[in-house]
Design a protein around this ligand. Structure first.
Ligand code: DI6
Ligand code: FE
Length: 413
């Protein structure tokens, strides 16, 4: 940080330094405790961090001042649950489903998650990066500055590692993005272990987690009647914790397996989906501080009818996050703004709750709350600048081009 030039020395000193950039003539939604609106705000950025957020006083000690003409500034959006690295796509399968074929028919014909596993195993790391980059770039064009990416379409050590490496390389998207990587080895049973469930869980716990821990920020599992049992999930979580990794869980998506309460016992960062969440699960999550991640696009795409218990989550004071769940089977979606809209229209969140769910609360779901998710002094300067006149427009428009520009770690394109 450089010293303040003499002509600023007597002014209200902001962090005692010269800023690299001042954003002025803007409205800020800081997302601290709600929208946290500041009108006619100034945002100062120095060394890639937020150095000041507050009212304009006419003196901005900055090398560059950008006039935003009344645009809105929010924290960069955080998509805290995606499976966006994968080989191929499953539009043909979806077309068959539209013609009346059931998920089971398709699985018997070699479709479903395992068809994506085959395509992901066959793809090179460069091919995975190239296809995923298009999805991350689309998200960045909607203001995303942090994205979580899960493995789980490899189901063998080499391919899970390839997926996690590919995910890390997505940080090079134009303008940059922060990638939080989650190991999801317990996503489905691979064909070579179809008669040996225990053998596969052993492989995940004893070989994959120890080897892949340095490439992952967290460990996830799919606890479901068609995937892994609570007992199997518990083994995976114990191995994760033994290697110093936090956990999160696909819980209560199709049935109530008691997954949320299990996740809470391991102080999980989040429990995700939650359409079939019970009162016990809610109480356990509230006690553990586990975030509820809701995925309305998957709910829509699967034409589910049972909604997550939003009113009960609210009453229990559980932070709710919203994410795209971008994946080829149940949510072929690279649109965080669409997820905001659907969180309101399908799950009855307010636009303010939805936006909190893709900023402050999403940061908590990734353990990144000290780094990003709000406009507060000291956090990474991850910002989205929007061409809107009212903040609720972010959840209101469908398919509109709202982003004016994006700043990641203090830098814009
Ligand atoms: N839940 C889901 O909805 C996706 N994975 C998961 O654990 C489905 C992924 C797929 O069908 O490819
Ligand atoms: Fe998912």
């Amino acid at each position: 940080m450089t010293k303040i030039p003499a002509h600023f020395a007597g002014s209200k000193v902001k962090l005692g330094c010269m800023w690299d950039l001042a954003l002025v003539d803007c409205n800020a939604a800081t997302m601290v405790g709600g929208y946290g609106i500041l009108r006619d705000a100034v945002i100062g950025i120095a060394d890639g961090r937020i150095a000041f957020v507050g009212a304009r006083d006419g003196l901005e000690p900055a090398r560059e001042t950008r006039h935003l003409h009344g645009a809105w500034v929010t924290p960069g959006l955080i998509d805290c649950h995606t499976h966006l690295v994968f080989g191929g796509q499953r539009a043909g399968e979806w077309e068959m489903r539209r013609q009346g074929k059931s998920y089971e028919d398709i699985a018997r014909a070699g479709g479903g998650i395992l068809s994506t596993v085959r395509a992901t195993r066959a793809a090179s790391e460069d091919e995975l990066v190239a296809s995923a980059m298009r999805r991350v770039a689309a998200m960045a064009r909607q203001g995303v500055t942090t994205v979580e990416v899960k493995s789980g379409y490899g189901l063998d050590l080499a391919t899970e590692e390839k997926m996690l490496r590919a995910a890390g390389r997505l940080e090079c998207v134009p303008g940059g993005v922060r990638v939080s990587r989650t190991f999801l080895g317990a996503h489905a049973l691979p064909p070579e272990f179809k008669d040996d469930r225990e053998g596969y869980v052993d492989l995940v716990c004893n070989a994959m987690i120890p080897k892949l821990a340095p490439l992952a920020d967290a460990v996830d599992a799919f606890c479901e009647s068609i995937a892994f049992t609570p007992e199997e999930t518990e083994r995976v979580f114990a191995a994760a914790r033994a290697h110093g990794l936090r956990v999160k869980l696909h819980a209560e998506q199709l049935t109530d397996q008691g997954g949320a309460a299990l996740a809470a016992r391991f102080l999980a960062l989040s429990a995700d989906h939650l359409e079939h969440l019970s009162e016990d699960g809610i109480a356990a999550m509230a006690k553990a501080g586990t975030v509820a991640v809701l995925l309305p696009i998957a709910f829509y795409f699967l034409r589910e009818t049972r909604k997550p218990p939003v009113a009960a989550l609210r009453a229990a004071g559980i932070p709710v996050a919203i994410a795209t769940d971008c994946n080829p089977g149940t949510s072929p979606a690279a649109s965080p703004l669409m997820a905001l809209n659907m969180a309101c229209t399908l799950f009855d969140l307010t636009p303010e709750e939805a936006l909190l769910g893709m900023t402050a609360h999403a940061a908590y779901a990734l353990g990144l709350e000290d780094e990003t998710g709000t406009l507060e002094v000291g956090k990474s300067a991850d910002l989205a600048i929007w061409d809107i006149s009212e903040i609720a427009e972010l959840a209101y428009w469908i398919g509109a081009d709202l982003l004016k520009s994006r700043i990641f770690q203090g830098r814009s394109l």
